[in-house]
Design a protein around this ligand. Structure first.
Ligand code: ADP
Length: 466
């Protein structure tokens, strides 16, 4: 149920994040396109103005008209005559002539010095490149108008004949002049030419200008992801705590019920007629009542303490951990009723004197031993208590061959009320055993780690600085 809800929540989060990112990306892209269209509008306006002035009554660049006139008018009669008599020859002649015109124009082109002058005058971006190109030259003969001398569409290159400049990337945005100069009179000509101006670093300039916008939108996306994550993990936590609390209530009902019924049954048996004479039977029954009342008392204490107990008040004394463990094991073996349990103790630590609260140390070891037996379905339950380490620290290891702890549970086992899901229906508990173990470890400033392989067993290790 919880996983289903979690998955739904995750899917909603991911889908809304994707939608949000797509909207952001779309907006950024639109902004980029807008910037791209407008970035040089002001600059190109100024250049167009100055360029227009400098070629007033001229073509391409100052002096361009004179060159074109001399070539076109100088050959006009011959061209007309050949055009009217031999089209094949006209075609080869026009190609030769147009190439000669372009070569002469290239040689005389003075835009290389003119453009920097405009740039300097208006304090514009200094890294501007340009290209001056011719699209079309047409001639008007007597009776024949618009006779092609050069047409980029048929003669190439597709960009037009390049007269000057280094710019090779032509777009509608960087085409700042597209001009056709013509006359209708016979024996005149018409020329269409372009001026493209652009910065070599145009895209980079736009992107740099948009950097704060990029940073802001990235930041907002991260902020939303973080917010999603925090809300999500908080929600998962709260859900877990709520589940654990309801498990706890179920557990507590069971835990209290078992000793209570045992006491009631024992008490009823005591009332059986003639039983009071049988001392040994009475002894056994009162023992049961004693043990179960002790258990009830401990359970009560656990539940009462749990609301106020956040850290322990320790009463530490210098103790030999080995001796302490010997006592604990002796007592533990006495109360062991399960014949299938093999409890071994291997004291390897050379130095074992530490400042310990004996009561809490005992509770801690008992809880770990209880769990090692409780969460164990092996026919022979092998529980090993071992010490080791060096002169600076002692390792206390409690290992079992029980059911093990799954990776996803391992991070929660020390939490208050947490009970593993894979325990099986018969295991009882309040989810407090390991919580107390952790409280004891923390209060002593020790550390605890757990290794486990589901199905094989678990190994708890407490490191005690000496
Ligand atoms: P409880 O035993 O009351 O459930 P604990 O705090 O002692 O509570 O343990 C929490 C959970 O950790 C248990 O429910 C169990 O799933 C898991 N666990 C603890 N010790 C072991 C162990 N030795 N082997 C397998 N699982 C364990």
């Amino acid at each position: 149920m919880l996983t289903l809800q979690l998955n739904k929540y995750k899917i909603i989060c991911i889908v809304s994040m994707l939608a949000l990112s797509a909207v952001q990306f779309f907006l950024l892209y639109k902004t980029y396109r807008l910037e791209d269209e407008h970035v040089y509008q002001a600059e190109s306006g100024l250049i167009v103005q100055d360029y227009g002035k400098s070629i007033r009554n001229d073509k391409l660049f100052p002096g361009g008209e004179a060159i074109m006139n001399s070539y076109v008018y100088g050959n006009m009669d011959r061209l007309e005559q050949i055009y009217k008599t031999d089209r094949g020859r006209y075609d080869s002649l026009r190609l030769q002539l147009s190439q000669r015109i372009f070569a002469a124009l290239r040689k005389a082109n003075n835009m290389d010095s003119l453009l920097p002058a405009f740039v300097h005058k208006h304090k514009l971006k200094s890294k501007l490149d340009y290209a001056l190109t011719i699209d079309l030259i047409e001639l008007n003969f007597e009776g024949d108008s618009d006779v092609v001398l050069y047409d980029r569409r048929t003669d190439g290159p597709a960009s037009g004949a390049i007269i000057g400049g280094k710019l090779r990337h032509f777009t509608p945005q960087n085409q700042i002049v597209h001009l056709t100069v013509s006359s209708d009179a016979a024996h005149s000509y018409r020329v269409t030419f372009n001026l493209y101006v652009d910065s070599a670093t145009r895209q980079m300039d736009i992107l740099t200008g948009m950097a704060p916008l990029f940073a802001l939108s990235l930041l907002s996306i991260f902020a939303v992801i973080l917010l999603f994550y925090l809300t999500y993990s908080k929600w998962v936590r709260q859900k877990k705590i709520a589940d654990m609390k309801s498990d706890f209530i179920n557990g507590i009902t069971h835990e209290f019920h078992t000793p209570l019924s045992a006491i009631m049954v024992a008490n009823k048996s005591l009332k059986t007629e003639g039983l009071l004479e049988n001392k040994s039977k009475v002894g056994r029954l009162t023992d049961i009542i004693q043990r179960q009342s002790d258990r009830l008392k401990t359970l009560f204490e656990q539940v009462m303490n749990i609301t106020s107990l956040q850290s322990l008040q320790l009463n530490r004394t210098g103790q030999s951990i080995g001796l302490l463990l010997d006592e604990i094991m002796l007592d533990y073996r006495l109360k062991l009723t399960d014949a299938d349990v093999v409890l071994s103790f291997d004291h390897q630590a050379k130095q074992d004197l530490a400042e310990v609260d004996a009561f809490w140390f005992t509770t801690m070891v008992n809880n770990l031993l209880d769990n090692a037996i409780k969460y164990n379905r092996s026919p022979k339950k092998l529980i090993t208590v071992k010490t080791g380490g060096d002169h600076r620290r002692l390792h206390l290891i409690i290992a079992d061959n029980g059911v093990g702890i799954g990776e996803e549970s391992r991070i929660y086992i020390f939490e208050k009320f947490y009970r593993g899901k894979e325990n099986g229906v018969h295991s009882t508990g309040l989810g407090l055993g390991l919580y107390y173990v952790k409280l004891c470890v923390d209060a002593h400033r020790w550390s605890i780690s757990v290794e486990s392989e589901p199905g094989k067993g678990s190994r708890f290790m407490i490191t005690i600085p000496l």
